[in-house]
Design a protein around this ligand. Structure first.
Ligand SMILES: Cc1cc2nc3c(=O)[nH]c(=O)nc-3n(C[C@H](O)[C@H](O)[C@H](O)COP(=O)(O)OP(=O)(O)OC[C@H]3O[C@@H](n4cnc5c(N)ncnc54)[C@H](O)[C@@H]3O)c2cc1C
Length: 395
């Protein structure tokens, strides 16, 4: 690893880590990114970017690159998984874009990561390191030091922990131990469009909702691909290390679902499954020259489709604060954390609540349908304004 003069160190080369490296380098900072995996890569799945996430990428300067590989769904649909009756079809077309100033896009994670990697690779100020697992983090008056699994170390002016749910950097800053046990099981696959029967394909983001289980699908990569995500609360104790799945495990929660769902589930790869959890929100994200960003700061369940969006909002806010006091990163980090922790805590809480909305039992699903039947679209847009509308990013 070549030595840079007082660089900012970034632990983690996911969406948050690469985006913040790109933004800081754009301000003239030298940045070293350390990723533990042998390559920079994302899981084979899609990610939904609400207008706030698209706005963040716009502010970062990567909007055009995003639009080249994204898909624009026309509606967000929630459908009863058993009856196949739509509870709601929320338009994402002109009226939505007009209300929130930006579109709702969906993108393949690999495409999003690649556009961030390409952006970083174009900067002479960014050094990207893979196979670099950070095992300890230290801080002195004049800088920070990282220790790696291979026994080497790296020093820098400041440190950003973008190392996800099981963050080593968070251990140092927050010290709240391991995340709680996983709560939900997720199977996900990206399939070529031509493998999806026409009658089951949809241009929209569709969630089939059932009791303690849901199934989401939407197109990716300009419509060439189709993303399938099955999430359920298991009726057995989860072993977080049991990442291998099975067809029986996947199909069991969906036995009573509509035949179309079961047909699509047959296309889902069962060799790998994910287990998801979140953490309690915390206020303390920074300590001197060290700060958290993305899932390391505010891991959340996926039910608001906001984890990556919030990581990108973090990047924009951190960039603003660093720009306003480039020689005093400690103050910049502290102001950034103060500006971000309440809003992200609200999203974490909303995501927890939405598990129950999306995986409602028989009576609560009637409550959901009744609410949507009575609520005009404008009212639902109003309900989403705190999250999506410009200017509300602080809460
Ligand atoms: C099923 C599911 C669906 C989702 N859907 C959406 C969605 O639709 N929209 C949305 O906005 N968000 C969604 N999310 C959330 C989103 O994926 C995450 O919030 C986002 O990827 C977080 O990015 P990050 O860079 O903070 O962390 P990560 O993506 O977790 O990246 C952390 C990186 O740090 C590396 N790392 C970890 N420890 C170390 C170490 N010790 N040393 C060096 N490197 C290390 C990891 O290898 C990894 O590459 C979803 C999540 C799940 C699970």
């Amino acid at each position: 690893m070549k030595e840079l003069k007082s660089p900012i160190l970034v632990v983690g080369g996911g969406i948050g880590g690469l985006a913040v490296a790109f933004v800081l380098a754009g301000m003239g900072h030298q940045v070293r990114v350390f990723e533990q995996a042998p390559n920079f890569e994302e899981v084979g799945a899609g990610v939904q970017l609400g207008p706030n996430g698209v706005r963040a990428l716009d502010e970062i300067g990567l909007r055009a690159e995003l639009e080249r590989c994204a898909w624009t769904p026309a509606a967000l649909m929630m459908r009863n998984g058993y009856s196949a009756i739509d509870d709601i079809s929320l338009p994402l077309t002109d009226c939505f874009v007009e209300r929130f100033g930006n579109p709702y896009l969906v993108v393949h994670r690999a495409d999003l990561l690649q556009l961030l990697l390409d952006a970083c690779a174009g900067s002479p100020l960014i050094e990207l390191n893979t196979g670099a697992q950070v095992v300890a983090v230290g801080q002195r008056d004049d800088g920070v030091v990282l220790s790696f699994a291979d026994g080497t170390t790296a020093g820098g002016a400041a440190l950003i922990g973008a190392d996800g749910l099981r963050s080593v950097v968070r251990k140092k800053i927050v010290g709240d131990g391991d995340p709680p046990p996983p709560r939900l099981v997720v199977y996900r696959s990206v399939i070529s469009r031509d493998k999806i029967p026409d009658e089951l394909w949809s241009a929209n983001v569709v969630m089939w909702s059932g009791t303690r289980a849901d199934f989401v699908h939407y197109p990716l990569r300009r419509g060439e691909l189709f993303n399938l995500v099955a999430t359920f609360e298991p009726d057995y104790d989860l072993d977080p290390t049991a990442i291998g799945g099975s067809r029986e495990d996947l199909l069991k929660p969906y036995l009573d679902f509509s035949p179309g769902v079961k047909q699509l589930l047959e296309l889902v790869d069962v060799s790998r499954r994910w287990m998801v959890t979140d953490r309690e929100p915390v206020e303390r994200w920074s300590d001197g020259r060290i700060v958290l960003l993305g899932d390391s700061a505010h891991p959340m369940l996926q039910y608001m489709a906001q984890g990556a969006c919030q990581a990108l909002e973090d990047v924009v806010q951190l960039g603003r604060e660093v720009a306003s006091s480039p020689a005093d990163l400690e103050s910049a980090f502290s102001r950034y954390a103060k500006a971000r922790y309440l809003r992200t805590a609200r999203v974490q809480a909303a995501a927890r609540y939405f598990v129950d909305v999306c995986q409602a039992g028989p009576v609560l699903s009637q409550v959901r349908k009744t609410y949507f039947d009575r609520a005009p679209v404008a009212q639902i847009y109003d309900d989403l304004a705190w999250l999506y509308a410009p200017g509300d990013e602080r809460f």
